[in-house]
Design a protein around this ligand. Structure first.
Ligand SMILES: [Zn+2]
Length: 550
């Protein structure tokens, strides 16, 4: 772990940080407040000054101070570290490699901008003019131009490695070449407004028409949305977003006054991009090209947004228009009208699927169920079942029956996230955390394959790798989201312990008995089916288990 993170975790006081956002009330050893992450009447959001973690007994979120900032400020891990470093006055000099890339991007954008405004940028300038991009927008979004000549010379403060690492140069036979040539340049910004990459529109008749920077240490295409840094505030205010496909669509709508808009980077929508939008909006209007590719992208986007918990609507443009040409011809008024007439996502999805699946209702519903089974809000799924029954002219009972049989088919390989881990497994975990001197001893006795809860199993395995005393907030940095929820809950519960070794033995004995019971059932099933070879195999395992001493 980088020492910056260690320093932050040792210097930040979680109570102080959280109480700068929400009023905390003392409750015993801990502090309480109403959970900022789910609606509730009685406060169940708990902060422990002793353990330096938080946990909500209502919705289950939990973690260390970095995790709190991530949730509260709706930022990625790195940005949360940055915010905390700033609050604590810790300098981030160590992240120099990254800082170099950020300043390279900043410098490159200045170079591109300069070319656009010089005589050699005439064709690019005229292109933007023809597309109706105002000078104000061109400046705000730092549009630029990469000429056909070797412009890398303008960046000679940076090493060739940095130019390649930042995605601005390609290496061929030990020579480096510019990645973008004769293209209008659209800088791509991070959520905090730093330039992290570029998109380039060719001015020649070549493919690809649009070219994006490759992924770099500071840019992941699938986790970035164009323009969101400028529009997230408005999106949050309206709780509604507009999603378009490309840079030009974005710019012309933004220019017309749409400020709750963002664009995929010319590629199909990813789940991470949808989750990004879900931080700010509850509803999204999909405004894609009305051609076949656009329609496919729309169907896929609907499924992805359902999973992300954002309700999609589809704006249908008349044939022959794209969002850019439509808003230019009809103005904001015309665009407002088509947006207000947008079609409900489910209605659009079902009517398109009717055509694609040629009216095969089972296939249509299976596709829906696939998209709905991961929905977090169960009431919404019930609503969808009802609505789809209505739209497909089926009885609600028929659709519900199909849903139940679909679930049965899938149940065997779907993880059940709602189920609580068995209490003996929670108890074991609590022992491991509270008795560091017995930790390795207890871990060595636990038959890890008998731990049925995969999250607890994961935590125990990670604990097993730590020899020294556990620093709780630091340990959280090694955990997955599920592991953080479970562990913060176990830590806050303060399960009383008297005799750690005896309790550990009791828990392990329970795990053994449970497994023995399970194997017995399996044997009787196999006997009924006459699978004798398997029976012998399992009897052997049963015997081993019974003889194993705790
Ligand atoms: Zn909560």
């Amino acid at each position: 772990m980088s020492s910056i993170v260690e320093e932050i975790l040792s210097r930040a006081d979680i109570v102080e940080i959280i109480s700068s956002y929400y009023p905390l009330k003392k409750a015993g050893k801990n502090y309480r407040t109403h959970c900022p992450f789910h609606p509730e009447r009685n406060p169940s959001f708990t902060v422990s000054p002793e353990k330096q973690i938080f946990h909500c007994f209502g919705c289950g979120v939990g973690g260390n101070v970095i995790n709190f900032i991530m949730l509260e400020e709706k930022v990625e891990w790195k940005e949360a570290v940055r915010i905390l470093a700033e609050k604590l006055g810790i300098s981030l000099k160590e992240w120099k490699g990254e800082n170099t890339l950020y300043s390279l991007m900043e410098k490159a954008s200045i170079v591109f901008r300069k070319f656009l405004l010089k005589p050699e940028g005439k064709s690019a300038f005229e292109y933007l003019e023809k597309r109706g991009v105002s000078l104000e927008i061109s400046e705000k979004f730092k549009l630029g131009y990469a000429p056909p000549v070797n412009w890398l010379r303008e960046l000679d403060d940076f090493s060739s490695q940095d130019l390649i690492k930042g995605g601005l140069a390609l290496e061929r036979e030990k020579e480096i070449y510019p990645y973008f040539r004769n293209r209008v340049i659209f800088p791509i910004f991070s959520l905090t407004g730093k330039i992290v990459a570029f998109g380039g529109r060719t001015l020649e008749e070549i493919e690809p028409k649009y070219l994006n920077s490759p992924d770099t240490p500071i840019f992941q295409k699938g986790r970035t949305l164009y323009g969101l840094n400028f529009t997230k505030q408005e999106m949050m205010k309206k709780k509604e977003a507009i999603l378009v496909e490309g840079y030009m669509d974005f710019l012309s709508l933004f220019q017309e006054g749409y400020e709750n808009i963002c664009a995929c980077l010319g590629t199909s929508l990813t789940e991470n991009q949808a989750l990004l939008i879900s931080r700010y909006a509850e509803k999204v209007n999909l405004l894609f090209d009305p051609d076949e590719a656009g329609e496919k992208a729309t169907l896929r986007a609907i499924e992805i947004f359902w999973k992300a918990g954002v309700m999609p609507r589809v704006v249908v443009l008349p044939q022959g228009y794209d969002p850019d040409s439509y808003v230019k011809e009809r103005g904001k008024e015309g665009m407002d009208r088509v947006i207000s007439q947008s079609e409900d996502g489910l209605e659009f999805y079902l009517s398109k699927l009717q055509k694609i699946e040629e009216g095969n209702l089972t296939r249509i519903l299976e596709k829906c169920f696939q998209a709905w089974e991961e929905m977090k809000e169960i009431w919404r799924r019930d609503e969808f079942l009802e609505k789809s029954a209505h739209l497909l002219s089926l009885s609600l009972q028929t659709v519900k029956d199909m849903w139940v049989s679909y679930r049965k088919k899938r149940r065997f390989y779907l993880p059940n996230v709602q189920q609580l881990p068995p209490s003996s497994e929670i108890h074991l975990l609590s022992l491991l955390l509270n008795f560091p001197q017995e930790r390795q001893n207890i871990i060595s006795k636990i038959p890890i394959e008998l731990i049925s809860d995969s999250t607890i199993k994961g935590i125990i395995e990670k604990l097993g790798k730590i020899e020294e005393e556990i620093n709780i907030p630091k340990f959280f940095e090694k955990l997955s989201e599920d592991e953080k929820r479970v562990l913060s809950g176990v830590l806050m519960k303060e399960i009383p312990h008297k005799d750690p070794l005896k309790e550990a033995n009791d828990c392990i004995e329970k795990l053994k008995q449970r497994e023995i019971g399970r194997l017995k059932v399996e044997i009787s099933n196999l006997e009924k089916e006459g699978k004798w070879e398997k029976v012998v195999e399992i009897l052997k395992r049963l015997d081993e288990l019974k003889r194993r001493r705790v």
